[in-house]
Design a protein around this ligand. Structure first.
Ligand SMILES: [Zn+2]
Length: 451
């Protein structure tokens, strides 16, 4: 797939971008209760609506002529008719909480119908299921009412919940709001482990620059041992805080496996695990933000490997799962940052054997075990770090792509499949010593992100 934004950006344009700004919160105990109550209300509305839909579908199957509420307005109308009986306490929460739950249901129903009709790509989507308190991700979305980022950059205001202290500074968003280049559309409160977050959906006026004329191509291999290896020879290591967090995660995972089901200690370990998991995710996201900004601003083209989503779910090895999650997040961030910064993102074809191909002569190895850290070519004798070899192959993809004239194909970022079969003629390079640099986060990054 090729995401090419070059042509739309020849002049550089002002564009409206919908963007999310997420902040960790420090609510008071009373506010925690209100936050939880709103998320609970959203869940109740979702489950009530789902039950109604199932009952109506049942009636219809039995031959009765009934309406099945399938959209948010239809579901909301039904809810308003019965809320006094179903949830006599409904006035305790903002009405947006119920709307939020029903909206989630309406989307899930639509995804299911689209998936059944073949209008939706990817894995088939199942019929929505009831949200259970222990399993569901607590979340509730507000679209109207008092939604504000206060001037002190340390507080936000939310409907019904009031003024809540933020755990981190809101300056990233506050600055834009003050300049008048941003407008808040909605706020979603959510809980991960025992930390509350608010995520603002914001309409931002951004200047999308002309591609800065950079013609460099960089291939990025997301590995198990490092965060990433670049085709330029730079190894991007995990910051120490992330390494520590990942080690802790592995230890707690082993500990959990030893605990007896249903025991108090198991519950305790599970809670700790959830906390460490949330912290790791945040650290990784923040680290990747710095890397993707660097890639999208310093290079004209960024090439990444295809992500096998189906394999991701099956793979139970933690290290691989962590790397896959990193690649997914890297792709997501590069998707919009390459637009912002006028570069382009190329995603390798899913069958392109980036780690099994020799980056010097193009010879393809039949099998490469995960434990083999060095790629050795049996044809030209190249010996190279496995990940660097893969990254170089990724960077080479664009040579082939450029020859096939894809560049004029899509200026608006639509997907386009590149056919890469491995028979790409590659020029042989003299085997030069590999310049090896390490990206040292702990020196670059002065302040670690708050979680
Ligand atoms: Zn070779």
């Amino acid at each position: 797939m090729v995401y090419n934004h070059h042509h739309a950006l020849q002049e550089g344009v002002m564009a409206t971008v919908i963007q999310a700004y997420r902040f960790a919160l420090d609510p008071t105990p009373a506010q925690r209760r209100t936050l939880a109550s709103h998320c609970g209300a959203a869940r109740v509305a979702h489950n009530w609506g789902l039950h109604l839909v199932q009952a109506r579908l049942e009636q219809r199957r039995a031959g009765e002529d009934v309406d099945v509420p399938w959209t948010l307005p239809a579901l909301r109308q039904e809810w308003n008719r019965v809320k006094d009986q179903v949830a006599p306490w409904w006035a305790e929460n903002s009405k947006e909480a119920y709307s939020s739950g029903l909206d989630g249901l309406a989307r899930a129903l639509k995804n299911w119908t689209d998936s059944c009709n073949g209008r939706r790509k990817g894995r088939p989507v199942g019929f929505p299921r009831p949200k259970r308190k222990s399993r569901a991700r607590d979340a509730c979305r507000f679209t109207t009412g008092q939604i504000k980022v206060l001037n002190d950059r340390k507080h936000v205001q939310l409907p019904r919940i009031g003024v809540v202290k933020t755990h981190e500074s809101t300056r990233r968003l506050a600055r834009r709001l003050e300049q008048g280049t941003a407008r808040i559309l909605a706020a979603t409160i959510s809980r991960t482990a025992d930390r509350w977050f608010v995520s603002f959906t914001v309409e931002v006026q951004r200047h999308l620059p002309v591609g800065k004329g950079k013609t460099t191509v960089v291939g990025v291999d997301v590995g198990v041992r490092h965060l990433a290896v670049l085709s330029t020879g730079t190894t991007v290591t995990n910051p120490r805080a992330l390494e520590r967090s990942q080690r802790k995660l592995r230890r707690l995972n082993r500990q959990l496996a030893r605990r007896n089901t249903g025991s108090q200690r198991r519950r305790k370990t599970r809670r700790r695990l959830a906390r460490v998991h949330a912290r790791t995710t945040n650290l990784r996201r923040d680290t990747l933000h710095k890397l993707t900004s660097f890639l999208a601003t310093q290079h004209g083209t960024v090439v990444v490997e295809h992500l096998n989503v189906a394999g991701m779910v099956r793979n139970r090895r933690l290290a691989r799962a962590v790397a896959d999650a990193g690649l997914a997040e890297l792709r997501r961030q590069l998707g919009y940052k390459t637009i912002w910064y006028g570069s382009r993102l190329v995603v390798a074809d899913r069958f392109y054997p980036s780690s099994k191909t020799c980056s010097a002569c193009g010879w393809v190895k039949a099998k490469l075990a995960l434990a083999e850290r060095t790629f050795t070519c049996e044809t030209c004798g190249l010996r190279l770090d496995r990940d660097l070899n893969a990254a170089r192959n990724l960077a080479k993809i664009t040579q082939h792509v450029a020859q096939s004239g894809w560049e004029t194909a899509n200026a608006r970022g639509a997907d386009q499949k590149t056919q890469l079969a491995g028979q790409v003629a590659m020029k042989r390079e003299p085997s030069s010593p590999v310049p090896h640099r390490t990206w040292d986060w702990d020196r670059r990054v002065r302040k670690h992100p708050a979680t």
